[in-house]
Each structure stands twice: as C-alpha cells, then as structure tokens.
Design a protein around this ligand. Structure first.
Ligand code: ACO
Length: 316
C-alpha cells in the first residue's frame, strides 16, 4: 500500500472551553489541565456527509485521480445518526464513485483498522485504488448535561487515497474484550413483547481513568512490539501520529517510547477528540504543511471502545 493523497474537513464553528460554561459547571482551567483541549469544532448547519464528502474530494484531488478509478471505499464511522445505510454508501454517491463500499465500526481506533483492511484488499489483488475515510460526529453522541464527556469531543472527517505499493510495513491490532470501560447503546424502539423493566439508557458511559490507563499501556506496548518486529528504533520514526483524545495520554505514550515531543504532533488542543477521524485529520495537516516528505517513516496508533487498539508503520 502507498498513500497517494490526503484530505480533511472540519465544521466551521469554533467552541472554546469558556463557551461550555453556559451548559454545565466547568472551567477553562479544568479542561486544559486534564485534557490539553482549548477549542473544538462542532457542527451547526453542516451534516456529517458534508464533512466526509469534502474530505474525500480533497484526498481524491490530491491523489490526482477520478472517483471512477476507485475500486473500494473503506470507511471508519461509529457516530452517525443513520443506522443504515453505511456512510461509505452515501459518500460514494456524493463524490460520483461507483465502487463497492464498506463501513467498519471500531470506534476511535477505526482508522488504523480501515488502513489494514485496505492493505489486505490491495494485497489480495481485489483492488488497485482505495479511498480510506474516517468521519465522526461524537458531539452528537454526548449527553450535553454530562460535563465529564461533553468537554472532550469535536466533529471532523479525514481521508486518504491508497494504491499498490510498499509503504505499509506492518500492523498490530489488539482487542481485549472490556465492554464496561467505554460504551454507548443505541436507542431502539420498544416492541409489544418487551418485558417491563428492561429499558436501557443510551448515554455514553466512560470510566475515564481506566480508559486513560488502558490507552497508554495498550498503545505503548503495541508500538514497541511493532518497532521491534521491524528492527526499528524510536528515533527512526519521523512522527508518531496518535489518536488525539487527550494531551496527557499522548505525553504518556511519548514517555514510554522515549520519543521527542516534536515526534508526537498534536491537534487535540484545537479540535478536541474527533474519534476515529483524529489521526487522519492530523496526518492531512502535516502533509499539507510540507512537514512529511516521501520516504519518512510514520507510526499510526489509536485506541477505543472494545477495548481495542491498533498500530501500523507506514513509509510515506
Ligand atoms: N469540568 C469540571 N469538573 C469536572 C469536569 C468538567 N468538565 N468533569 C469532571 N469533573 C470533576 C469530577 O466530577 C470530579 O469531581 P469530584 O472530585 O468532586 O468528584 C473531578 O472533576 C475529578 O474528576 P476525575 O474523573 O478524577 O478527573 P481525571 O483527572 O481523571 O480526568 C478525564 C478526567 C479527563 C476524563 C481523564 O480521566 C481522561 O482523560 N481519561 C481518558 C478518557 C478519554 O480520553 N476518553 C476519550 C473518549 S474515548 C476514546 O477516544 C477512545
């Protein structure tokens, strides 16, 4: 696999920490010190399909291809008001592609899983060009009276176009079944057969401290094993592009890897946690700022509900 184009899109509305004081008891100081987040982007009159479509069009333009040349769209998406159809099916029509589409629901680690699936399609010769998209609206999944989670998230989308090449050095995926630490149930209709008292709530449930601990230990160990397997040192990696959930989690992983701060770039301070879109939005920003050159080694690593982690090494 080789990455030949990147793109991203964010809502226009910038929401500062101080603006959140209108909805619940919080402070800029609490949010900054606990998470590093200063602002986030939240959708107002846009919809997720608009962001996803813009990100994809930008990636396709950067790749210099036509939408008809795509053989697959692989999309990571969990927060979306459609149960079906898949977001990738909607994007396919919006960008004028004709290929088959698949969505993966692997929460915040989903982008790495989507890259891994795309690499397998390429390796098994079932595709030559694939659009890999991650788009999320986690702010619409927050219960806006719950300050513990509402301060953390932002909306956004990012995409890459990949084709056959030797830029995907390897990946390592881990799922440790733990459905208590982070989950959210969908609201479903009642049936006349439902037994009274079986109502379930649908708000996001997160044990923040446990997520923190599992994220730092899971990603650090996965990346260390991956580097070891490929005979690479931390210093060989230009950037560790980590899931942008919390500045302290990023620092924790950085310390475990003994990486320099400049090897772990961040956008979490300006965009908050955009779930599976966060890594690809950051990646697109680095590419467009000419901070990544062809041949640079990159590590992507994400964590999320499951509890799931996923990491891969890419030569750009
Ligand atoms: N503003 C002000 N006070 C708050 C807020 C808020 N927004 N939220 C919670 N508090 C209060 C709590 O009620 C608590 O008060 P108490 O001591 O009177 O009970 C106090 O702040 C401390 O709360 P803690 O939970 O102990 O705070 P902690 O230092 O653990 O930080 C946080 C919480 C930021 C959630 C941290 O645990 C964390 O970052 N965890 C990682 C979770 C994460 O990043 N999830 C991302 C979503 S999942 C994903 O992307 C995979």
């Amino acid at each position: 696999m080789k990455i030949i184009g990147t793109g991203s899109a964010l809502p226009k509305k910038v929401v500062t920490n101080d603006m959140l004081k209108e909805f619940f008891d919080t402070s800029d100081e609490w949010i900054r010190t606990r998470t590093g987040i200063e602002t986030r982007r939240i959708m107002t009159d846009e919809c997720l399909l608009d962001l996803a479509t813009t990100a994809c069009k930008r990636a396709i333009e950067a790749a210099g291809i036509c939408p008809e040349e795509l053989d697959y769209i692989v999309c990571s998406n969990v927060s979306n008001n459609y149960v079906y159809p898949t977001l990738s099916s909607m994007v396919q029509g919006a960008i004028g592609a004709t290929c088959p589409c698949i969505d993966l629901r692997n929460a915040c680690a989903g982008y790495v899983y989507a890259l891994d699936v795309a690499d397998m399609y390429l390796q098994t010769r079932r595709a030559n060009k694939i659009l890999v998209l991650a788009a999320e609206e986690p702010t619409r999944f927050c219960h806006w009276e719950q300050r513990e989670t509402s301060v953390l998230f932002g909306d956004g989308a990012g995409a890459v176009v990949v084709e056959k090449g030797d830029g995907f050095l390897g990946s390592k995926m881990t799922t440790v079944s733990n459905t208590e630490v982070l989950y959210q149930r969908k609201r479903l209709e009642s049936t006349p057969f439902e037994v009274e008292g079986t109502y379930i709530d649908h708000i996001m449930v997160m044990n923040g401290r446990e997520v923190f601990r599992m994220a730092v230990s899971g990603c650090s160990s996965e990346i260390s094993h991956l580097l070891q397997d490929h005979n690479l040192k931390t210093s060989d990696i230009k950037y560790f592009i980590l899931h942008q959930a919390n500045m302290r989690i990023i620092s924790g992983i950085q310390q475990h890897l003994d990486a320099k701060t400049e090897q772990c770039p961040t956008t979490v301070q300006k965009y908050g946690n955009t779930s599976s879109a966060s890594m690809v939005i950051l990646f697109d920003e680095l590419v467009r700022a000419n901070k990544i050159q062809r041949g640079d080694l990159l590590v992507f690593s994400g964590f999320g509900a499951g509890f799931t982690t996923g990491s891969c090494i890419v030569r750009y």
